[in-house]
Design a protein around this ligand. Structure first.
Ligand code: F1X
Length: 399
């Protein structure tokens, strides 16, 4: 295992940044297949006008045959994106860092459908129909019903069940379902934890410890519902006095949660019978009382590692007892979207983070660190696509 030295992602000794230009690689598949499929899905989900169809055609053509174009003059964040990656304009999409290319793709998709414009499609979330369908689906219904069985179990058993629900909820990521042949979440059999620091997580949040917990959300719907249920448990069992839920300021990576999605999830809970309804009611009150707060920050949609977070967020996470980062993308940004050796120490790579941090993530991209050599060898021997198929997950904590 690599030495436990502190390494800020981005330093010159860091592993190479992941690009998407290796045919057959996971990143290449996202850019070649997932993004074009997504353009089609969004196009089919709305009665867009000619202008949007033409803009979507142009975007599809650009990502397939063209080079990366800057935002048009007059776009509110043209300068911002030029600062973030002027050097990639004019290059093939595949040759930009994977993290940057994906992020910029979502920004361009929103632009194409008029999300940021001043017209009638301003603020219309192109992913809302998919999120809505998921929230109303049978899977969520079943998961909410199953909560009744947890109502009277001992707190530690409930805690373990709820943290796993929040963790595996990350597998149900709508972006992940865009490409055919990828698991849809909840239906794989080889599910396994490749690292489990959950004992340390609970140690950091002793009952009655007046803790503040920051939860950086990932996907809406089937992921955010169990996240909210876990948050209720933290507050109800006094593992935390206050929880701040950080959400995306605009649509991102298909199903990422914004304030509107959190409201939809809370409403879904409050309208449910039994334990789910009780949890929803408590969370609704917690919002009014301030023990649960929601916040957004533009950094959550930036193509940057957390090592480059702005001062205000640094202060925010630094004052929390624990920051819980949900999901694959947050993990890539936490440790750096690089070709790390999987045995590189998690503690070393996250030493820059301003306070204790926990990653709860199913594995849906190549990046993984903090594994024991023996476990890694066994995974590699299995021949399965364990890094990218969402069949495996991890809970990693750095105090
Ligand atoms: O952050 P999330 O929702 O867990 O995952 C985001 C994700 O689906 O998007 C990328 C591909 O587009 C992958 O890195 C990752 O699997």
């Amino acid at each position: 295992m690599a030495a436990k030295t502190s390494r800020v992602p981005g330093d010159e000794t860091a592993a190479p940044v992941i690009l998407s230009n290796e045919p057959g690689s996971f990143a290449w598949g996202v850019l070649t297949r997932r993004h074009s499929a997504l353009i089609q899905q969004v196009r089919d989900a709305f009665p867009y006008g000619r202008r949007q169809h033409e803009a979507l055609d142009a975007l599809l053509d650009e990502i397939t045959n063209g080079v990366i174009e800057p935002l048009a003059p007059g776009e509110h964040d043209r300068e911002h994106w030029a600062d973030l990656g002027q050097e990639y304009f004019g290059r093939l999409w595949y040759d930009a860092p994977f993290l940057w290319a994906e992020s910029y793709f979502y920004r361009r998709l929103l632009g194409a459908v008029g999300y940021f414009g001043s017209g009638p499609w301003q603020g219309v979330d192109p992913f809302a129909p998919f999120k809505r369908a998921e929230l109303r689906g049978e899977a969520v219904e079943e998961e909410l019903r199953a909560l009744d069985a947890l109502a009277n179990v001992p707190a530690d058993v409930r805690a373990a069940a709820l943290i796993h629900a929040s963790l595996w909820g990350n597998r149900a990521d709508l972006g992940f379902r865009v490409s055919a042949g990828e698991p849809a979440g909840g239906d794989t059999t080889a599910s396994e934890l490749v690292a489990d620091d959950s004992a340390l997580l609970w140690q950091l949040l002793p009952v009655g410890g007046s803790s503040t917990v920051a939860v950086v959300a990932d996907n809406a719907g089937r992921e955010l519902i169990p996240d909210l249920i876990l948050i209720d448990h933290l507050l109800e069992q006094r593992h935390a006095d206050q929880v701040v839920l950080h959400l995306k300021p605009y649509p991102y990576y298909v199903s990422d949660a914004m304030t509107a999605d959190a409201v939809d999830c809370l409403r879904r809970l409050t309208e449910s019978p039994g334990e789910a309804g009780a949890i929803g009611g408590r969370l609704w009150k917690a919002m009014a009382a301030g023990s649960l707060e929601v916040r957004t920050h533009p950094f959550f949609c930036a193509p940057l590692p957390y090592g480059e977070m702005p001062e205000d967020l640094r202060g925010e996470f630094g004052s929390a007892t624990l920051t819980i980062l949900k999901g694959d993308l947050n993990y890539r940004r936490l440790v750096g979207d690089r070709q790390w050796d999987a045995t590189e120490a998690f503690a070393g790579l996250t030493a820059y983070f301003p306070g204790a941090v926990a990653a709860l993530r199913t594995l849906k991209s190549d990046v993984v660190v903090g594994l024991e050599q023996e476990a890694l060898d066994a995974l590699e021997r299995s021949g399965a696509a364990w890094r990218t198929s969402g069949t495996h997950a991890l809970i990693q904590v750095r105090r």
